[in-house]
Design a binder for this molecule. Structure first.
Ligand code: OAD
Length: 255
């Protein structure tokens, strides 16, 4: 295998350094955005719970849990290899690009449940991944040994430098969400908060809105209705992310 050097927890480091900087200099407004699979749908990546979504095709307990990995690692590997292959062929869409462009006006923090890197490819500089990253693999023996993959296929027999099997660098159901505390801090600091393309079914990510102060303007972009608690300053843009982000950007010109 042709792996790059181990990656330290770079996102956590970047996130904390921005948090510290913000405490000292409160000038630019902070736009915090929680994204889900819907933002990548127009890039051709499948969502999970829409009609024809991944959880209609696969049993989540068979492919996305530590028990599944113990029971049938080949199946788990195949599932994530398919996802990675699709990602290698995908490009950021107008939604990702529109959020990256908003960095000219705001300090934009993207908190994503997505394991793709389309936000980064679009140019977003601060992206907190709650559920891991598809382009990375990590050691099953030492979780600090994380490697960036340069091709889509990860195989049984691909080993870390200590000789243990590599697994997808994904947060599976039943595992802790290490970046949640950083994400919650950002949510608390938001001057504007947006939720884009997530069904808000999966916790703790779905609970992030609870950390956002009551008077902060909240935008929700989704082509489908979602049960979101009543809030002040709440704007629902019932559109796909590509057009929805453009409409939100227009509204944000007033801020
Ligand atoms: P879901 O599949 O649950 O929800 C996708 C959301 O995107 C829905 O609300 C859709 O209406 C919306 N949507 C569809 N097309 C869209 C478009 N073009 N633009 C904007 N929105 C669109 O996906 P998530 O909420 O991201 O976790 O799922 C959360 C987590 O559940 C995932 O991270 C994954 C999954 O199980 C793990 O695997 C740990």
């Amino acid at each position: 295998m042709n792996f790059a050097l181990p990656v330290c927890s770079d996102v956590v480091f970047a996130a904390w350094s921005i948090l510290c900087r913000t405490i000292i200099v409160e000038t630019v407004k902070k736009l915090v955005v929680l994204t889900g699979a819907g933002i990548s749908a127009e890039s051709g990546l499948k969502t999970f719970r829409d009609m024809g979504g991944l959880w209609e095709q696969y049993d989540v307990t068979e492919v996305a849990s530590p028990a599944a990995w113990r029971r049938n690692p080949e199946l788990v590997m195949r599932f994530y290899n398919e996802r990675r292959k699709a990602l290698f062929e995908a490009k950021p869409n107008a939604g990702h690009l529109g959020l990256a462009a908003l960095q000219e006006q705001f300090e934009v923090v993207i908190i994503t449940q997505n394991v793709d890197d389309l936000h980064e490819q679009a140019g977003s500089t601060l992206v907190v991944h709650l559920h891991g990253e598809l382009r990375k693999a990590r050691s099953t023996e030492d979780p600090n040994l994380i490697y960036t993959l340069d091709k889509w296929e990860l195989k049984m027999g691909d080993l870390c430098e200590k000789g243990s099997q590599l697994r997808p660098h994904i947060v599976w159901f039943g595992e802790a969400v290490p970046n949640m505390s950083v994400a919650a801090e950002f949510a608390k600091q938001a001057d504007v908060f947006a939720v884009i393309g997530t069904s808000l079914n999966v916790y703790p990510a779905a609970g992030l809105l609870d950390y956002v102060s009551g008077n902060v303007p909240v935008f929700l972009i989704d082509p489908n209705e979602l049960p979101v608690a009543n809030r002040k300053n709440f704007t629902f843009i019932k559109e796909k992310a590509g057009i929805g982000v453009q409409l939100m950007a227009k509204e944000l010109e007033k801020y």
